[in-house]
Design a protein around this ligand. Structure first.
Ligand code: EPU
Length: 479
């Protein structure tokens, strides 16, 4: 395998970054294909001016291949900090959040080598971690930076991580991560917007994280991941109750086990972790992105198309498949990695409530709302995970959707004839919902702020065009 770029000590100051390797053009850097090996020399704020132009009305037909899961790739990259040895990761999606995670690890003095062009295989080596810090400028662009807190404490006994703060979809506190770490003996101070955490006497024999019995007050995905990683190197046993059961948790457990961790209970709400003194290097391929696959299922159904979705894991999409079938869209599970969706003769309304896995994912709620605008009848959508995750609704209403919002409930009356206009993406999954709405709208839809979608969907324009969508990226001018 050819090493074409190394992200190494790349953070020069608060707004610029550098890696050794190939010079990249301004446009190629991160906006379309996500992380590419090469030299990052431009200001981070110069991205994000792009828009999508969609001409709706095409039934999508053909085959689309699913990329690796962003929300698996993020924790497994953070887990590489737990060992001084080499961790090789495959199927990392080419999306901006993974570039951000590379920058973050490199800031801490880990070496992140990208071994393919464009990047999907990463080699991470962290023999020393001189800089146990996640700075504000990276955390503000990606809240998942909090995933480095557990590994840093386990490995270095100290961490300084910027408090993530809220985002468009909710306040998103990290109190559960912190109180669980406190139970494991960590001393935590939050001041000047940073979490300053340390394990007393780290480096001495008595100075390891301590195994603990922890019960989360509510289910948290990255909280579960942080504690899993911390507990893997703790002294003694940790029992984590009310843990998240998402497939991404299981994927992280699989990686940690390969590194030598002793963990039982993944896929259930009680995790039992017996800490070991050291973890070692390994190789791992991340699972397919179930949210990307679900989004394409919705795209096939909403456009009345016929899509074959490959490289996916239908077993992770039970709730989405059941809901789409209820709405009238035929879905065939072709084999363990392939699904086929066809347009419904008529889409019918169906109520939906978001839940933790294995329930219907909040990350699929905006896409389902787009579908509900085309279904006959009234669909009640209840969002239970995030308090402010209906920002896409008002944009869909500007396109002609009949939606009313009352707190965490949205009532969608369909079918509505959507008409193209300019709309604003407010977060990653909202953008996906608006793309789906644009695919069925009359005329042209322009979606602004698509930097949100570039955070988590690999080559979405190319993938949609490959199955017949009329969509193009309009490159914004750099101001
Ligand atoms: N919560 C707390 N305190 C905490 C942690 C969470 O009150 O300490 C609350 C949150 O505010 C939220 C709920 O618990 O209301 C669940 O939040 P969770 O911690 O599970 O979310 P997360 O770990 O920050 C991950 C995904 C999200 C996904 C949610 C829910 C990653 C990197 N992110 O976030 O993905 O929506 O779980 O499934 O895994 C996305 O990909 O677009 C995305 C937002």
């Amino acid at each position: 395998m050819r090493v074409t770029g190394i992200y190494e000590g790349l953070w020069e100051n608060e707004t610029e970054s550098r890696v050794s390797g190939v010079e990249l053009g301004e446009r190629e850097k991160e906006s379309e294909a996500g992380p590419k090996p090469g030299t990052y020399t431009k200001r981070l704020t110069r991205e994000g001016m792009d828009k999508f132009l969609i001409r709706g009305g095409k039934a999508l037909q053909g085959t689309v291949e699913i990329s690796g899961a962003k929300n698996s790739a993020l924790p497994v990259m953070a887990a590489a900090l737990l060992t001084a040895e080499k961790v090789t990761l495959h199927n990392i999606p080419k999306v901006r959040d993974l570039t951000t995670m590379s920058k973050l690890l490199a800031f801490m003095d880990a070496k992140v080598s990208v071994t393919e062009f464009p990047a999907s295989d990463y080699v991470i080596e962290a023999p020393t971690l001189n800089h146990a810090e996640a700075p504000y400028d990276l955390v503000k662009t990606m809240r998942a930076s909090i995933l480095t807190l557990g590994p840093l404490l386990a490995r270095k006994g100290v961490a300084r991580v910027s408090l993530p703060g809220g985002c468009a979809i909710g306040a998103r506190p990290v109190d559960l991560h912190l109180s669980a770490l406190e139970k494991m003996g960590v001393e935590i101070l939050t001041s000047h917007g940073y979490i300053e955490a340390r394990v007393p006497n780290h480096g001495s024999r008595r100075g390891r994280l301590k195994g603990a019995r922890i019960a989360f007050d509510r289910i948290t995905v990255t909280g579960t991941e942080n504690i899993l990683m911390a507990a893997a190197l703790a002294e003694g046993e940790t029992i984590l109750e009310n843990a998240a059961r998402e497939p991404e948790i299981t994927d992280l457990v699989v990686l940690l086990r390969k590194m030598g961790a002793q963990i039982e209970g993944d896929g259930t709400s009680t995790l039992r972790i017996r800490g070991v003194a050291e973890l070692h290097g390994t190789e791992h391929s991340v699972i397919p992105d179930r949210i990307e696959a679900g989004t394409f299922l919705m795209a096939g159904a909403i456009t009345g198309g016929d899509l074959t979705i490959t490289n996916c894991a239908p077993e992770h999409l039970g709730s989405v498949i059941a809901k789409l079938r209820e709405a009238g869209a035929p879905i065939d599970i072709v084999d363990k990695t392939t699904m086929r969706v066809r347009g419904a003769k008529k889409l019918v309304a169906s109520n939906m409530t978001t839940e933790e896995y294995p329930g219907f994912a909040t990350d699929m709620q905006a896409q389902y709302m787009a579908l509900a605008t085309q279904a006959e009848g009234t669909s009640l959508i209840t969002e239970t995970i995030f308090e402010n995750r209906f920002l896409h609704a008002s944009e869909m209403m500007r396109m002609g959707a009949h939606i009313s919002i009352d707190g965490r409930k949205a009532v969608v009356r369909g079918p509505a004839e959507l008409s193209g206009t300019t709309v604003q993406a407010s977060d990653l999954r909202a953008s996906a919902g608006l793309v789906l709405a644009g695919l069925v709208a009359n005329g042209e839809t322009v979606i602004d702020r698509v930097y949100h979608i570039d955070r988590g969907y690999e080559r979405i324009v190319e993938k949609l065009r490959g199955v017949g969508a009329e969509i193009e990226r309009l490159h914004g001018t750099v101001s």
